[in-house]
Design a protein around this ligand. Structure first.
Ligand SMILES: [Cu+2]
Length: 504
């Protein structure tokens, strides 16, 4: 092996300087210290039962999850057909130093198990009636069904009006539903890397922020129509621009969640491609057993989106980076320029033959559901049963002209047992990711044109003025009761872009 290239040395020097400055400069501004350029940390894994606490960090006052004495949210690992059991203790301050949409945050909190096909009722994935104030606790017992698609999900807090601040502070974590290797057995012999994208908040004009912008190689090229200062960058597992160990030619299994409340990722690996196995926790093989993978050069992950892919270490890993490309969020959107999210690093690569101990064998046979071609055709030819219209003005954000209130009744009622055609329309000049709790849907048409490779998702991006047609899977008898759908730019959700749905 040859010595480090000049490029590598420069990068190392710059990152070392950035780390030094980021760690030692003391400023009144809000930009907090964040590790820069270290090896990607592996968060602890947890199986049930366990206790998770919501706290305020002693030095920054920001919200945080405390698990086993560390402010590192654990990865919840669960087998299909078993339970997630946890006590959620709200130990946040009753007197917040943070500001939410309606004034000082009250620090109410709860949990949402994003993407799981579980009951929306207490004590499961209930974000409507389950809420804790500081000093209170919630007990969750979530029955993950036998036919839950195996893949990457995530948990985050969901208190209407305070979701944005808590997610921005990093109150989120990954959930792995085991058994994805049933769809692509090759995964069993690969090293697994779980990448949780969260935010470091920037303060315009603040020296520490500028150092972080510099360290992330933020592109100065014009990106889309959004104006205004850049307000955040991605960290991965808490580190800005970490190094991910991978050897040239080594295959690894990367599971990536965008846990930011409003930053988009359009991920690409220099000189490489991703062999996608799942989007939003849904293995491609779940609906298409004969086509369980798809090769992509880049993958757009809106806030809440996930991708799981086999990645091959490029020829010279030390010269390659994982980047987020420019995302045009529209004239009313937030800046989302290209920058480097991580560097690949051969020197800290794992041995090529390592078999991951993390992916436990699930069940031997893959679960698969195929929507018949006839049924698909019939739904596609039908008028939508329900339309979601996203609008906004200077007073707030709306679905079908209505701002969400916790005391609302359902905006729509659906009968369990059907696949249903929904239309989602973005009547604004910025992007909005549509999400519905407990349900995956097939996005089959864009502005009236059929999509070539339609995907089953639980969160889908809508460009400004775009219309998408979806087939909603409302067939699951477990999903019964009151739930919600909303925009996953959480400031928009906090300001009203959410509505209730009753499954009965
Ligand atoms: Cu939105």
């Amino acid at each position: 092996m040859s010595g480090p290239s000049i490029l590598q040395e420069r990068t190392a020097l710059r990152l070392a300087a950035a780390a030094l400055i980021a760690g030692t400069t003391s400023l009144a501004a809000q930009t907090v210290a964040v590790p820069v350029g270290t090896l990607l940390p592996v968060p602890p894994a947890v199986s049930s039962p366990f206790t998770l606490s919501a706290i305020n960090d002693a030095s920054t006052g920001q919200g945080a999850f405390l698990y086993a004495g560390q402010e590192v949210p654990p990865i919840i690992r669960v087998n299909p057909g078993s339970k997630i059991r946890l006590v959620y203790r709200n130990r946040m301050s009753a007197h917040s130093t943070e500001t939410c949409v309606d004034g000082p945050c009250t620090n109410m909190s709860n949990l949402h198990f994003h993407g799981l096909h579980v009951s929306p009722n207490r004590p499961q994935d209930d974000v409507i009636s389950m809420m804790s104030m500081p000093g209170e606790s919630l007990r969750y017992t979530v029955d993950v069904p036998e036919n839950q698609p195996s893949g990457l999900y995530w948990y985050h807090t969901h208190p209407h009006g305070e979701s944005y601040q808590q997610a921005l502070d990093g109150m989120s974590g990954a959930i792995v539903v085991e058994g994805i290797d049933r769809y692509v057995p090759e995964i069993r012999s690969l090293k697994e890397q779980i990448l949780i994208l969260r935010d470091v908040q920037l303060t315009p004009g603040d020296a520490r922020s500028e150092t972080l912008v510099e360290a992330s190689d933020v592109s100065k090229e014009k990106c889309g129509e959004a104006t205004g200062p850049l307000e955040r960058l991605f960290t991965i597992n808490g580190v800005l621009r970490p190094r991910i160990g991978i050897a040239a030619g080594e295959k690894q299994f990367w599971r990536i969640v965008n846990a930011s409340p409003d930053l988009y990722a359009d991920l690409t690996i220099d000189g490489g491609s991703m062999t996608v196995v799942a989007f939003d926790g849904m293995p491609l093989g779940y609906h298409h057993p004969n086509h369980p993978t798809r090769q992509l050069q880049h993958v757009l992950l809106p806030p809440a989106g996930r991708v799981e892919a086999i990645v091959v270490g490029p020829e010279s890993p030390g010269k390659a980076s994982l980047r987020s490309l420019c995302v045009d969020t529209g004239p009313d959107g937030d800046p989302n320029p290209e920058f480097v999210v991580a560097d690949l690093d051969e020197t800290s690569a794992a041995p090529r033959t390592q078999v991951s101990a993390n992916i436990r064998a699930g069940h031997s046979k893959p679960v698969a559901v195929q929507l018949s071609a006839a049924m698909t055709k019939q739904l596609e030819g039908s008028e939508p049963a329900f339309t979601v219209d996203f609008t906004e003005d200077q007073h707030g954000f709306y679905i079908n002209g209505k701002k969400y209130s916790p005391t609302d009744g359902p905006m729509t009622t659906v009968s369990i047992g059907d696949y249903v055609h929904w239309r989602v329309r973005n009547d604004t000049h910025e992007v909005h990711p549509f999400h519905i709790h407990q349900v995956h849907f097939l996005t089959y048409s864009e502005d009236g044109r059929l999509i070539e490779n339609p995907e089953w998702l639980d969160t889908v991006n809508l460009k400004p003025q775009q219309t998408l047609d979806l087939i909603m899977d409302f067939t699951d008898p477990i999903i019964r009761g009151m739930s919600v759908f909303h925009c996953h730019l959480l400031k928009h959700e906090d300001k009203g872009m959410m509505a209730k749905i009753l499954f009965q």
